[in-house]
Design a protein around this ligand. Structure first.
Ligand SMILES: [Zn+2]
Length: 87
């Protein structure tokens, strides 16, 4: 009888410890990333992609970066006659 009580007590304590440790796990969710990043995973800070898709770590859909600068590389060519060409 006494052993059962000890087992129950231990399992309750283990459960409490587990709950406390899970509860304190700090999950930081990213809402934006550096301006050069087009898409990122909100859960995994190392996942930054140029194209939409799924995170290779957690499988979540990547989020479009609201800070993305979207820098288009504008190449301007000046010909020998002084004309400018945009590529
Ligand atoms: Zn992820």
């Amino acid at each position: 009888m006494k052993t059962n009580k000890i087992i129950i007590l231990l399992s309750v304590m283990a459960f409490l410890l587990y709950t406390i440790s899970c509860g304190s796990k700090h999950v930081s969710i990213r809402k934006s990333a550096n301006p050069e990043v087009a898409y990122f995973c909100p859960m995994d800070t190392m996942i930054n992609e140029a194209n939409p898709g799924q995170c290779t770590v957690c499988g979540m859909n990547l989020i479009k970066n609201p800070n993305y600068s979207g820098e288009e590389i504008n190449t301007v060519v000046v010909t020998s006659t002084g004309d400018t060409l945009h590529e």
